[in-house]
Design a protein around this ligand. Structure first.
Ligand code: C2O
Ligand code: CU
Ligand code: CU
Length: 495
């Protein structure tokens, strides 16, 4: 099978006939459709597409002790009954919403029924080397990979996705990505909004054909700027809406796009209360009316809807912004920084909600740059069709940096290109110390424990870090997935 999307008819024919693939499991389409329909109350009106928006899907929680995840081609319902070919884990889009408590064992058997190699990475967790989804562990069609480790990470909004070298962008775009929430006692004690008032939300942009079906066909400019499209998806549903009450909500948001940067804001300009990001809760809540999210970044926000009335509608949107440099303006590309209406909140009923926004959050321990044993520099360059770190493309078998275990270091990420690069590190979180050039500051949403930080053209971002979880070979890379696939990735040996 070609790595590019077929037309839908051709794809369906191939998928349904087996198409030469080792389809070990039936597609279970009816099950998929019912499993995906469960958003909102039974009284909620069905999405009809008259106003062009469809109910947000709220996936059930899946536990991780003895979980089998099978990656295979399938069909996903993406709003209003529209069916789209996709690559799915266990037949659902997005991938199952995993939840685990800190200290629990995670045992997952990945079974690969895709026509390409596959490996999964638990983004933001710090498991042992063999559990981290390094691309050298990718397994072929028909093979399995066993994950078995204890989750030692604090509560937070983590996620997981394909990490197959040269195929991460395509596989993640086609559907191999889901949320992984870790919970712990410290967070539980805060009494944050939960149940129907805790909304997991994966935001993604997609290019779609005339029928509205997403496709992945990167060409020259898309390989330089990354693959972007004009249609917003939430939890695998195009142009979603969510019925809400006049209450305080907690949104756990992931930017799961390949290349798109969102500037989150409310259409009524009211602020969010940011309580957490990549590595769990911040040490204090902060009110913000806009929050920038690059690919792979997460935010944990409280959204107060208590001042609204039934019938009101508020749009969670991406506001427009200017991206200096870059080539998003090229023909056929949707511009980085274009506004997008991401998720409409439709107030259904008035309820009394006396929830309190916490005034303080638990302290966090962060590496102290004053203790740094050494500094390192990583230069991000993009020329022609090449995206490199320190002048070199990724080589699976080359160790780029050897870093001592349990020593604090200060790293500088330097953007010498005309593209934004969301820089991501495996195996530990880091603390953002400074940003010089470009935007010239560290933003409120970049405090706390980060694993991904946006590096715009001309910027240098300094971070402090310390690998305290495991020794082994881990990765540093750009989370613009096209850039990553083209080599903007480095091997970091912690020893
Ligand atoms: Cu989310 Cu190495 O990636
Ligand atoms: Cu990661
Ligand atoms: Cu990049």
């Amino acid at each position: 099978m070609s790595p590019r999307y077929f037309t839908r008819r051709r794809f369906l024919k191939d998928v349904l006939s087996g198409g030469g693939l080792a389809l070990g499991t039936p597609l279970a389409l009816p099950g998929l459709l019912t499993a995906c329909g469960g958003s909102g109350s039974p009284a909620a009106p069905p999405g009809n597409g008259v106003d062009g928006r469809f109910p947000l899907r709220l996936p059930d929680v899946t536990g991780v002790e003895a979980l089998q995840l099978t990656g295979a081609p399938g069909i996903a319902e993406i709003g209003g009954g529209l069916e789209a070919p996709a690559w799915l884990l266990n037949g659902v889009l997005p991938s199952p919403r995993l939840e685990v408590r800190k200290g629990e064992r995670m045992r997952v058997t990945l079974r690969n029924e895709l026509p390409q190699d596959l490996i999964l990475h638990w983004h933001g967790l710090a498991p042992p080397e063999a559990m981290d989804g390094h691309p050298r562990f990718a397994v072929g069609t028909g093979e399995t990979y066993e994950y078995d480790f204890t989750v030692e990470d604090r509560a937070g909004t983590y996620w997981y996705h394909s990490h197959t070298h040269m195929h991460t962008a395509e596989q993640t775009y086609r559907g191999i990505a889901g949320l992984l929430l870790v919970r712990d006692d410290e967070e539980d004690a805060l009494g944050l909004p939960s149940g129907a008032r805790e909304i997991p939300l994966i935001l993604q942009d997609r290019r779609v054909d005339a029928a509205g079906v997403p496709f992945y066909e990167p060409f020259g400019p898309a390989m330089m700027a990354g693959y972007m499209g004009p249609v917003p998806f939430g939890n695998g549903v195009r142009n979603p809406y969510l019925e809400v009450d006049t209450a305080l909500y907690r949104f756990r948001i992931l930017n799961g796009s390949n290349a798109r940067i969102f500037r989150l804001g409310r259409s009524d300009s009211r602020p969010f209360v940011l309580i957490g990001n990549d590595g769990g809760l911040l040490d204090a809540p902060v009110e913000l009316s806009t929050i920038d999210m690059a690919p792979a970044e997460r935010v944990d926000i409280l959204v107060d809807l208590r001042e609204l009335r039934p019938g009101d509608r508020v749009m969670l949107r991406s506001l427009s912004f200017q991206m200096q440099g870059g080539m998003g303006f090229m023909a056929g590309q949707n511009l980085q920084g274009d506004p997008m209406d991401l998720l409409e909140l439709r107030v259904r009923s008035e309820v009394a909600d006396a929830s309190v926004i916490p005034a303080a959050l638990p302290p966090i321990i962060e590496p102290d740059p004053a203790e740094a044993a050494r500094e390192r520099e990583f230069r991000f360059t993009s020329q022609m069709m090449n995206h490199f770190i320190n002048g070199r493309p990724f080589d699976m078998d080359r160790i780029d940096e050897t870093v001592p275990f349990d020593e604090t270091e200060v790293w500088s990420f330097v953007n010498e290109s005309n593209f934004p690069h969301p820089v991501h590190l495996h195996a530990t979180h880091f603390r953002v110390l400074s940003r010089t050039g470009g935007r010239g500051e560290v933003f409120a949403w970049e405090r706390g424990r980060k694993d991904t930080v946006l590096l715009n053209p001309g910027e240098t971002v300094r971070v402090a870090l310390r690998f305290t979880a495991h020794r082994g070979l881990f990765l540093l890379h750009c989370h613009n997935l096209e850039h990553e696939d083209m080599g903007m990735m480095a091997n970091i040996l912690v020893e």
